[in-house]
Design a protein around this ligand. Structure first.
Ligand code: GCW
Length: 616
């Protein structure tokens, strides 16, 4: 049994044996080892109904608990009951639960060479050196962590499909089938990313979706794929995005492009998950009209209702790209006749690389409040896993995977504090006072990170390419459409109807909230508005003072968090890692604070009202 299991599954001591091939067998196995640890006097009976259903019912009376439901549902129920018992919660006398969304997906950005794109916790658990290479035990561990919080789809390769990853659906099908078999007993099904131009590797002279030769190639390939992995969820596609091939090359729109693949998958029950991260990444920074966040809406909304019924459009939570704070992507509210999935990024690409603490629950809650849980029909998240001993790079990054599972299960019940508290209890089982300290740090971590990096909706002040560390102008004069346009007097972009017009992509209520300076939340003020440094915020501070204050406060938070964490009774290995990461976070926060404050001081010439050091 590996150490990783201590993350939220402390009551498991044994690996799941390879011989167990059904969720019910796994459920019995987990129960047998864990029940004596969490509640030795309890009697738990399983009543699986023999279907693949995901619902479960927990009935409890005295010391007897019955978990009934579908076969996978019973497995979910077992994990939930074990977690509740471990946390000392009272079990419900009669409660049925079922997931809100049928697809609760984890997207791994793993390359065939073993590298993980935007991976901050080691190398791939699936691939190495240009081929499949995995430890079955570790994959079972991932599957088990997923099942314990109800996640049920793993896309195992990067959406940027780089040679030789296209072979996954070609000559690597036997290995793909083996991996699918490892995940299956945990109710987890696989998905793969494909290369839109893949037929061209096989003598087809084009990838035009309306060309019959292309259609035939995919139809035949899907037959082979589904013969090998009959329950493959489908394909994930990044097309016409950041130099990936796609239908635009042939003058086709994205409905034509997606539908061709969807039709090839349909006879096999497969789904086509089509990413909408499409924008002009060769913009001229002098061009003030093109506004990158507006791109996805413009590419997709007019196609609403034109997609095959097995197409799901997967849309990043914000219209830019997983920045520290973004408003909801407006296209998610504008396509009522299309199946939509939201995509989050657990990998902390722009949010601290799993070195800095950044718990995501608050962001999910905010975004879901604007979205409404019924607007979408699936969720996806870029994974934060790797082969590090700690799996998540930072032990606290595990709360994001744990919480993400609960979010997908029922977004309307995914309370940030409850998630942080349950995770903390399961992972560390501290005294109430110590648990409170840890929970507070987790819950505050996102806003703290935002404050010492790019508050008020500034975005894109990270070091280019790496995306860790401060570089306020790093993306300013580039082709990526990522500008804050700071000048001597003002900063930010007017995205209201008097500016780029982006805000008009929202339904009236949100459009008005953001367009009106008074109602636009402070956190997004510079996202939607261009403001002078002497603009007076609602609390009476000037914009420039608020920028200085946020940076100093963000740094001070890190210093205080370090002191608090230093006295918490973490297990030794965790403690060493947490404190090592913390000292890096402190250095990072100091750099950010000083660099960004100097940046604005040099423009504005305004001193800090509190006399703290600003560097020229
Ligand atoms: O922000 C960008 C990342 C890329 C990523 C891309 C995407 C997988 O920097 O590394 O590519 O987003 O989401 O497709």
């Amino acid at each position: 049994m590996r150490d990783e299991f201590r993350y939220w599954l402390p009551f498991l001591t044994k690996d799941v044996p390879a011989e167990l091939t059904s969720p019910v067998d796994v459920a019995r196995f987990e129960l047998a080892q864990a029940l004596p640890v969490v509640a030795a006097d309890m009697k738990v009976e399983l009543q699986p109904d023999g279907t693949a259903s995901e619902f479960f019912t927990v009935r409890s009376e005295g010391d007897t608990v019955t978990i009934s439901g579908g076969d996978v549902g019973v497995l979910y129920g077992v994990y939930r009951v074990l977690m509740a018992l471990y946390c000392g919660e009272k079990l419900p006398s009669d409660q049925t639960q079922q997931p809100k969304y049928a697809l609760r997906m984890v997207n791994c950005w793993d390359n065939a060479d073993g590298d993980i794109e935007r991976g901050y916790s080691g190398r791939s658990l699936f691939f190495d050196d240009g081929m499949f290479d995995y430890e079955p035990e570790r994959l079972r561990m991932m599957a088990r962590m997923m099942a314990s919080v109800g996640l049920n789809v793993a896309c195992i390769n990067n959406v940027n499909v780089r040679n030789p990853a296209h072979r996954l659906i070609e000559d690597w099908l036997p290995e793909l089938a083996e991996v699918a078999a490892i995940f299956r007993p945990f109710g987890v099904k696989l998905m793969v990313s494909i290369d839109y131009s893949q037929p061209m590797r096989h003598g087809v002279p084009t990838a035009d979706p309306l060309d019959e030769r292309v259609q035939n190639w995919w139809n035949e390939q899907c037959k082979l794929v589904y013969a090998a992995v009959p329950d493959l969820v489908g394909f994930l596609v990044k097309a016409d995005s950041e130099h990936r091939p796609g239908p635009f090359t042939y003058g086709r729109n994205h409905a034509e492009g997606a539908n061709m693949l969807a039709r090839a998958l349909k006879p096999h029950g497969g789904k086509l998950i089509w990413r909408c991260f499409v924008y002009n990444c060769q913009q001229d920074w002098r061009d003030q009209k093109t506004d990158r966040p507006a791109a996805a809406y413009n590419h997709y909304v007019y196609l609403d209702g034109q997609f095959e019924d097995n197409v799901i459009l997967q849309v990043k939570n914000g219209p830019f790209d997983f920045q520290v704070r973004e408003p909801l992507s407006p296209m998610l509210l504008a396509m009522p006749k299309t199946s939509l999935a939201i995509e989050w990024q657990l990998a902390q690409e722009y949010t601290g690389h799993q070195i800095d603490i950044y718990a995501m629950m608050g962001m999910w809650q905010e975004v879901m409040a604007d979205l409404g849980s019924d607007t979408i029909m699936a969720m996806a998240a870029v994974s934060n896993w790797g082969d590090d001993a700690c799996v998540y790079g930072h032990p606290f990054a595990a709360v994001n995977m744990f919480g993400y599972g609960l979010l997908c299960w029922n977004p309307d019940a995914a309370d940030p504090e409850a998630i942080a508290r349950t995770w903390a209890k399961l992972t560390y089982n501290f005294s109430k006072a110590d648990e409170d300290t840890l929970v507070d740090i987790l819950l505050e971590s996102r806003c703290a990170y935002e404050k010492y990096t790019s508050p008020l909706g500034l975005c894109w002040m990270v070091t280019p390419h790496v995306h860790y560390g401060a570089s306020p102008d790093g993306y300013e004069y580039t082709a990526w459409g990522t500008y804050h346009r700071a000048s001597r007097d003002a900063v930010g972009i007017d995205r209201t109807s008097s500016g780029t017009g982006y805000a008009d992509q929202y339904p009236a209520a949100l459009r008005d909230r953001y367009s009106n300076l008074e109602t636009c939340p402070d956190e997004l003020k510079l996202w939607f508005h261009r403001l002078r440094y002497d603009y007076v915020m609602a609390d009476g501070r000037t914009l420039i003072q608020r920028i200085y204050d946020d940076h100093f406060e963000g740094y001070d938070w890190v210093v205080a968090a370090e002191e608090k964490l230093a006295v918490l009774p973490f297990p030794e290995a965790d403690k060493a890692l947490i404190m090592e990461r913390m000292s890096r976070q402190k250095k990072n926060a100091r750099e950010w604070c000083d660099i960004v404050n100097s940046f604005f001081y040099r423009f504005s010439g305004v001193e800090d009202a509190k006399g703290r050091p600003l560097y020229i």
